[in-house]
Design a protein around this ligand. Structure first.
Ligand code: C2E
Ligand code: CA
Ligand code: CA
Ligand code: CA
Length: 284
């Protein structure tokens, strides 16, 4: 993308690598968007399937670009990742998520279990000073580490297992909680899983969705059941994501899954709407 920036106008000739050009434009807009504060966090409730109450939220970044309108994270996170912009964006996401959970704790002291989950990208995970950076963010937000949970994927940890374990231990020393996101979709890490100091497995929504597959529902229910048992055998909590139907919820409850997340309960909400939901629950 850097090359496109240099003065070689012939590269913009029609039909030439339009994909690279689009990418370059996206990168420029992302950079600008960061400066202009076009990003926002939305919060999707994570529900205890045992009590029906809100156990926490997952922070999900939203980009409302002046030039492009709404852009989904699936479209811009990979570009932010490749260009390194994710490091600054990710720092903002962590800072804002910690500020928000602190505010909700002050407003809803009767809901002390409230935890904020934040997605970490591969690039952030390999930043040499990640632990220090997070410590600084926690301190300036004035929260304990155990309020924050980081979601990481198997693939991020499998690049260099020993290094990953050291890093995860450093994060645990800050008191953080750790989740393996999209479990079952990345490289298999079964032989390492017991060595990762994590607290939670998140069952990927592709499995949850297929539990109602017309042909293969039995198979997918077995897969989900296996992931849940695996988690429990390793003393981990399990969160099922992408729950959209009562049927899925019932099966997951039956399989003893602790937590659920999905449109059945709530879409990701703006800060105001998430707070309104908390306010309603707190006075039940
Ligand atoms: P993810 O971490 O697996 O996040 C879950 C995605 O599933 C979110 O999409 C969420 O809105 C969506 N979702 C939640 N419930 C349901 C449901 O019942 N049905 C369906 N079909 N989808 C549901 P979103 O917000 O578009 O994010 C997509 C991906 O982008 C995330 O997947 C994550 O990998 C990445 N992402 C989002 N926010 C951040 C962030 O702040 N930092 C980083 N590094 N990545 C992020
Ligand atoms: Ca996630
Ligand atoms: Ca996920
Ligand atoms: Ca996913």
């Amino acid at each position: 993308a850097k090359e496109l920036n240099s003065s070689r106008p012939q590269i913009f000739e029609p039909g030439m690598d339009t994909q690279a050009i689009q990418r370059w434009h996206l990168e420029t807009d992302l950079r600008l968007g960061l400066q202009q504060k076009e990003f926002q966090l939305y919060y999707q409730p994570i529900i205890s399937l045992k009590t029906g109450r809100i156990a926490g939220f997952e922070a999900l970044v939203r980009w409302n670009s002046k030039t492009r309108g709404f852009v989904s994270p699936g479209a811009f996170i990979p570009v932010a990742e490749e260009t390194g912009l994710i490091v600054r964006l990710g720092e903002w996401i962590l800072t804002e998520a910690c500020r928000q959970i602190r505010e909700w704790h002050e407003r809803f002291p009767r809901n002390p279990a409230l935890i904020m989950s934040v997605n970490l990208s591969g690039r952030q995970f390999s930043e040499p000073n990640l632990v220090k950076q997070i410590k600084t963010i926690l301190d300036s937000a004035g929260i304990e580490g155990d309020r924050l949970k980081l979601e990481i994927t198997e693939s991020m940890m499998m690049n260099n297992v020993e290094e990953a374990i050291t890093l995860l231990n450093g994060l645990k020393e800050l008191g953080l909680r750790l989740s393996i996101d999209d479990f079952g979709t990345g490289y298999s890490s079964l032989s390492y899983l017991h060595r990762f100091p994590v607290d939670t497995l998140k069952v990927d929504k592709s499995f949850v969705e297929r539990m109602e597959d017309v042909k293969d529902s039995d198979k997918y229910i077995s897969i989900v059941q296996t992931i849940i048992s695996l988690g429990h055998n390793l003393n981990l909590d399990v969160i099922a994501e992408g729950i959209e139907t009562e049927g899925q919820m019932k099966v997951l409850e039956f399989l003893d899954c602790e937590y659920g997340q999905g449109y059945l309960f709530s879409r990701p909400l703006s800060s105001e709407n998430a707070e309104a939901l908390l306010a309603k629950e707190n006075y039940l």
